[in-house]
Design a binder for this molecule. Structure first.
Ligand code: GSH
Length: 252
C-alpha cells in the first residue's frame, strides 16, 4: 500500500494526492498539520529527515522530492499514464514542471509565508524553539525570516513581478495547445494546478477577459473528477474549491 504523509492538496504537498486521485489508485493518507508545524516534529523527521511535505512511502521506502515522486508513482501505478510517450511532449512536460517548481512556486511561497508570518503570534522563546527543530539549515533561515517578518519589500516586489511574468508565459503557451505540454493532460498540468487552483478567486489579473487561455485551462482542469476528489481531501481547501468551481461556471 502506498502511504502519503502530507498537508493540504496544495503546492508540493498536493502533488501525490492529485496524481493518485487522478489515476484512481488507493492510498493511505496521513494528514500532517503544517499549521502546528508538525512537519518539524521528531516523529515526522524520522520518516522525512528534511522536515518537508510530502513524503511518499512505497514498500517501506520514503521518497521526499514531490516531482520525482510523482513521476515514479505515475510509472508504477495503474490507470491512465500522465507522462507523454512522445519525447518532445515529455520534454515540454518536464520544462513546465521545472518552471512551476523553481520559478513560480518559490515566489508564491514567499508571499504566502510572509503573510502567514505576520499573523503568527509567538514569543521570542517560542520562535527560537520552533526554528531549532527545523532539520535543514536553509529552511531554518527562511523560517527565521518569516517569523521575524523579515522578508524585505524589495524581495516581495520582485516576486510579484515574476508572478506577473509567469502569468504572461502561461497565457501565451495555453493559446498554442489546450494543455501545457500539448494536446493531453499531463503531470505538468497537475503540477501547475497544485499551485494555481485558486487563481480565479484570488487574482484580479486572471479573469475570463484578461487571460482567456489560462481561464479556459483552469476550467478544463477543475472539471476533472480526479481533481475534485483530491481537493476534497483538504480540511479547508476543499470548501474553497467549491467557490472556485462556481466562479468558473462549473457549479452553481
Ligand atoms: N523540493 C521539495 C520541497 C517541499 C516543500 O517545500 N514543501 C513545503 C510545503 S508545499 C513544506 O514542507 N514547507 C514547510 C517547511 O518548509 O517547513 C519537494 O518538492 O518535495
Amino acid at each position: 500500500m502506498i502511504e502519503v504523509h502530507t498537508w493540504e492538496p496544495n503546492a508540493n504537498s498536493g502533488k501525490p494526492l492529485l496524481l493518485l486521485k487522478e489515476k484512481g489508485v488507493d492510498f493511505d493518507f496521513h494528514y500532517v498539520n503544517m499549521g502546528a508545524l508538525e512537519q518539524h516534529s521528531p516523529a515526522y523527521v524520522k520518516i522525512n529527515p528534511n522536515g518537508t511535505v510530502p513524503t511518499v512511502i512505497v514498500d517501506g521506502f520514503s521518497m521526499f522530492e514531490s516531482t520525482p515522486a510523482m513521476e515514479y508513482l505515475d510509472e508504477v501505478t495503474p490507470g491512465p499514464h500522465l507522462t507523454p510517450k512522445d519525447p518532445l511532449q515529455r520534454w515540454k512536460m518536464r520544462w513546465w514542471m521545472r518552471f512551476i517548481d523553481e520559478y513560480l512556486m518559490p515566489c508564491l511561497a514567499m508571499q504566502a509565508g510572509s503573510a502567514a508570518g505576520g499573523r503568527m503570534q509567538m514569543s521570542e522563546e517560542e520562535k527560537d524553539a520552533a526554528v531549532a527543530r527545523i532539520p535543514l539549515p536553509e529552511r531554518a533561515r527562511v523560517w527565521r525570516l518569516i517569523l521575524d517578518r523579515g522578508v524585505s519589500e524589495e524581495e516581495l516586489a520582485e516576486s510579484r513581478r515574476r508572478v506577473s511574468s509567469a502569468i504572461a508565459t502561461l497565457e501565451e503557451a495555453l493559446g498554442q495547445s489546450p494543455y501545457l505540454a500539448g494536446p493531453d493532460f499531463t503531470l505538468a498540468d497537475l503540477d501547475a494546478m497544485t499551485t494555481l487552483h485558486s487563481w480565479p478567486l484570488n487574482r484580479e489579473d486572471v479573469t475570463a477577459e484578461k487571460t482567456p487561455n489560462l481561464w479556459a485551462w483552469l476550467k478544463r482542469c477543475h472539471a476533472r473528477q480526479g481533481m475534485k476528489d483530491a481537493f476534497a481531501l483538504g480540511r479547508f481547501i476543499g470548501t474553497r474549491m467549491g467557490e472556485v468551481r462556481a466562479k468558473l461556471g462549473l457549479e452553481d
